[in-house]
Design a protein around this ligand. Structure first.
Ligand SMILES: Cc1cc2nc3c(=O)[nH]c(=O)nc-3n(C[C@H](O)[C@H](O)[C@H](O)COP(=O)(O)OP(=O)(O)OC[C@H]3O[C@@H](n4cnc5c(N)ncnc54)[C@H](O)[C@@H]3O)c2cc1C
Length: 510
């Protein structure tokens, strides 16, 4: 084994979430090494629904515009809705129009960003390149083999997949981003809860000109009964690049061959002589499963390593990227010495309930979809189904500590959301001049930087404070503390800041 190298954080897994983790840490100046078994990003277009919260985080990283400019994002920018048909060329069965899908709150009032449809095989290279631009270290073709925890950190063994040579890497902490099947969670002795495996699918990526049967429609997804089983057609470029998800028997782990795949595509399209090229076939099991703990000792689970959920709702990868962001500022604060290790306890305390909520809602959505595809006199949707916005943003952002800080457009046109992401921020109303001094004193007391800005009357209304009130917002955009009125007690803000650096914010459940 080669001589041991040292880093602050070792990230295992270079999928979407591991790459996001590496970019967030690099942006905050935390030395980290990412190891990934594959020699490059995954070539398969899997996730594609990037929600507005994740787009906010991609803007923070400086790549939101690059992502919106990706080929699939440009092609799919005008696509809306989920429809059901017998075949693409045949009879229409219906359109998903349930309130949980359409939303009950105006999304523009919740975020400066909107949804973006971009395929994972395009998003991952953009994240990888940005992370490297920010100074991240990545080692593709390198496999994690195992690790031991010492008093001062972890020591992991990694293996070069080409040469077979092993090396030791010492780190203060380990971030486990090895996906649903990586195995480190089990090795750490962490179990899971949830309904488990729900259905077995194959995802067929194919090239075929469907513009004829498509007839100008621009949907996000199209359920089809033409294959004789539950299936869905997903556009990649609205013309000749597509994916077909096909339900398989629960105990059938076999993969369909190219001829069977092409026949399934023709059946879904309703065009018996359609020329089809099969580009890839990916088996996957739709499941609902959340880890019983998101941390063990010095190891922290993020992404599919921590939670898997059905794709209905497009929550999985988004929750994973948000895990990474929620963990990054805590790791950075502890690495800099701004906070003690207890700050890291808040990661499990806050992210696990968020993942549980998203998983339950994704499972409810996946169970609801056959009802809508069936058409006719379908029963009403499950009363526990909540609007997408509740999953994406959590409870109503109204300035309550523990919730996402509200999006308010500030004079000049920028959003409050753009103020958050790096340091603690104190926002105050137009009559709250004394807060600037209080913020400086609290920052000096805690030994960290605190930014401050002033809002207008609309800002006060959105945050539930008087014109001289204030809110303290954490680097992850969660309200840590709120003062309804002026800074009467100069020590209160300093106490709140010290508290937010020491422990989870009470009520910060998702
Ligand atoms: C068909 C489909 C459609 C989906 N649609 C959506 C959607 O629209 N929106 C959404 O949000 N989510 C969606 N998802 C879910 C999304 O794809 C996953 O949540 C996401 O890929 C998880 O990313 P990850 O980085 O956590 O895990 P992965 O992408 O699985 O990455 C884990 C990585 O770890 C590596 N690894 C594992 N073990 C080791 C080791 N020992 N050493 C080194 N490297 C290792 C693997 O090679 C892999 O690259 C979909 C999933 C599927 C299957």
């Amino acid at each position: 084994m080669d001589a041991q190298e040292r880093t602050s954080v070792l990230i295992v897994g270079g999928g979407l979430v591991g790459l996001a983790m590496s970019a967030f840490l690099a942006r905050l100046g935390v030395p980290a090494l990412l190891v990934e078994r594959r020699s490059g990003p995954s070539p398969h277009p899997r996730a594609r629904g990037v929600n507005p919260r994740t787009m906010e985080l991609l803007r923070l990283l400086g790549i939101a515009d690059r992502v919106r400019d990706a080929e699939s994002a440009r092609a799919l920018a005008g696509n809306h809705g989920i429809v059901a048909v017998e075949t693409l060329a045949g009879r229409r069965l219906g359109e998903l129009a349930e309130p949980y899908f359409r939303g009950v709150r105006d999304p523009a009032g919740l975020s400066p960003e909107s949804w973006c449809m971009v395929h994972q095989d395009e998003l991952e290279p953009l994240l990888r390149d940005r992370a490297v631009e920010l100074g991240a270290a990545h080692r593709f073709g390198t496999e994690y083999v195992g690790h031991t925890e010492t008093d001062g950190g972890v020591v992991a063994t990694v293996r070069d997949t080409a040469s077979g040579r092993t090396a030791a890497v010492a780190a203060d902490r380990l971030v486990v981003a090895d996906g649903a099947g990586g195995g480190i969670r089990e090795r750490l002795g962490i179990g899971t809860h949830g309904p488990g495996a729900l259905a077995r699918f194959v995802n067929i990526a194919f090239t075929a000109d469907l513009t004829g049967p498509l007839d100008g429609r621009r949907f996000i997804m199209c359920y089809t009964t033409g294959t004789g089983t539950r299936s869905a057609l997903l556009p990649v470029n609205n013309t000749d690049r597509w994916m077909l998800h096909v339900l398989r028997d629960a105990d059938d782990a076999s993969l369909p061959g190219p001829d069977e795949c092409a026949a399934l595509v023709r059946a879904a399209a309703g065009v018996p002589d359609l020329p089809v090229r099969v580009d890839g076939v990916l088996p996957w099991v739709s499941a609902g499963r959340v880890a019983d703990a998101f941390a063990a000792g010095r190891a922290f689970l993020v992404g599919d390593a921590a939670h898997v959920m059905p794709p209905s709702g497009a929550f999985g990868a988004n929750v994973g990227v948000q895990d990474a962001h929620a963990l990054a500022w805590r790791l950075a604060a502890v690495a800099r010495g701004d906070a003690g290790p207890a700050l890291l306890d808040g990661y499990d305390a806050e992210r696990r309930p968020a993942a549980d909520h998203a998983m339950r809602q994704a499972v409810l959505r996946s169970r609801d979809r056959p009802r809508f595809v069936g058409g006719g006199d379908a029963p009403p949707p499950d009363p526990d189904l909540e609007p997408d916005e509740n999953v994406v943003f959590g409870p109503e952002p109204d300035g309550t500590p523990g919730r996402r800080a509200p999006h308010v457009v500030l004079p000049g046109g920028t959003s409050t959301i753009h103020r958050y992401g790096t340091r603690f921020v104190l926002g105050h109303g137009p009559a709250g001049d004394g807060w600037g001094r209080a913020a400086a004193a609290a920052a000096a007391d805690a030994g960290i930087g605190v930014d401050a800005y002033g809002g207008d009357d609309a800002w006060c209304a959105a945050h539930g404070v008087a014109r001289d009130g204030a809110v303290l917002v954490r680097p992850d955009g969660v309200v840590a503390w709120r003062a309804a009125t002026g800074p009467d007690d100069p020590g209160a803000l300093a106490g709140a800041l010290r508290g937010a650096l020491a422990a989870p914010v009470p009520g910060a459940a998702r």
